[in-house]
Design a protein around this ligand. Structure first.
Ligand code: ADP
Ligand code: ADP
Length: 235
């Protein structure tokens, strides 16, 4: 359970003058699936990485449940992130990939077993727990990456283009699987994509970024209905 607040948050990369993300104001509700969308280079990943603690917040702040986390290291934030390339450990089995973060946190073994098996059931990975990533299809690897995030039972999920390595057909299937899973878990989620269809079909609300600036944030319905919206016109 968590709300996320970007309070005029900016990131200015060293050696640059123009903010990559410029005074972002955005309130993400508890349980919401918010999609950040926009063309390449508009600041989506930077926004996500600031929330994860992987980039500095140079001006403004980011709050989780009203608490300023801007200066907390990534490990002190109750956040799980799914990356575009999945970042699975190649030498570990699916089970161990999913259990790894829990082992680091000294979670008791029976609890680890329970959570991994529960996530594997949700993601249809029960048969693959003993395999290593190289023995999995692209879609299975993507599900392991999701599973690794789910077992943490974090306050917030972050996903950065998690479907971009899947073929078109699988991408469409996985879209609805992720949306259904998020609805079931009710975990506040920020999802980054440059794909407008993905944004409009998956997000409760969609935040449109351009050149580091937030253009608008609305439900997909309102975005479609707006006669002159920047979403359609922008890219
Ligand atoms: P997006 O995710 O929308 O493609 P990014 O957040 O990756 O956009 O990048 C936003 C802007 O910041 C771009 O202009 C990009 O070139 C720049 N940028 C990203 N990472 C760095 C970095 N490490 N150093 C300098 N500039 C960066
Ligand atoms: P390593 O070479 O790191 O010891 P493994 O012994 O796990 O890796 O894998 C040996 C081969 O068997 C690899 O080519 C891998 O793709 C395949 N493999 C591993 N686990 C499974 C599995 N559960 N089902 C099918 N093939 C597998």
């Amino acid at each position: 359970m968590a709300t996320v607040t970007y309070d005029a948050a900016s990131r200015i990369y060293p050696g640059t003058t123009k903010p990559a993300v410029d005074s972002l104001n955005l309130e993400i509700e508890d349980g919401e699936f918010l999609v950040l969308v926009g063309p390449s280079g508009c600041g989506k990943s930077t926004s996500l990485r600031m929330l994860a603690g992987l980039e500095d917040v140079d001006r403004g702040a980011i709050l989780i449940d009203g608490k300023d986390v801007s200066n907390l290291p990534p490990k002190a934030r109750d956040i799980a992130m799914v990356f575009q390339n999945y970042a699975l450990y190649p030498h570990m089995t699916v089970f161990d990939n999913m259990a790894f973060a829990l082992k680091l946190r000294k979670t008791p073994k029976p609890e680890i077993e329970r959570r991994v098996k529960e996530a594997a059931a949700l993601l249809n990975l029960q048969e693959y727990l003993d395999r290593k990533p190289k023995a999995l299809s692209g879609g299975q690897r993507q599900r392991v990456a999701m599973g690794r995030a789910i077992v943490r039972e974090p306050q917030v999920f972050l996903m950065d283009e998690p479907l971009s390595n899947l073929d078109a057909k699988l991408r469409v299937q996985t879209r609805s699987q992720i949306a259904a899973l998020q609805a079931r878990l009710g975990t506040t989620t920020v999802y980054v994509t440059h794909d407008q269809t993905e944004a409009m079909t998956m997000g409760h609300r969609v935040a449109v970024l351009k050149d580091g600036l937030l253009q608008q944030v609305d439900t997909p319905r309102v975005l479609y209905d707006k006669p002159k919206n920047v979403f359609v016109a922008g890219f």
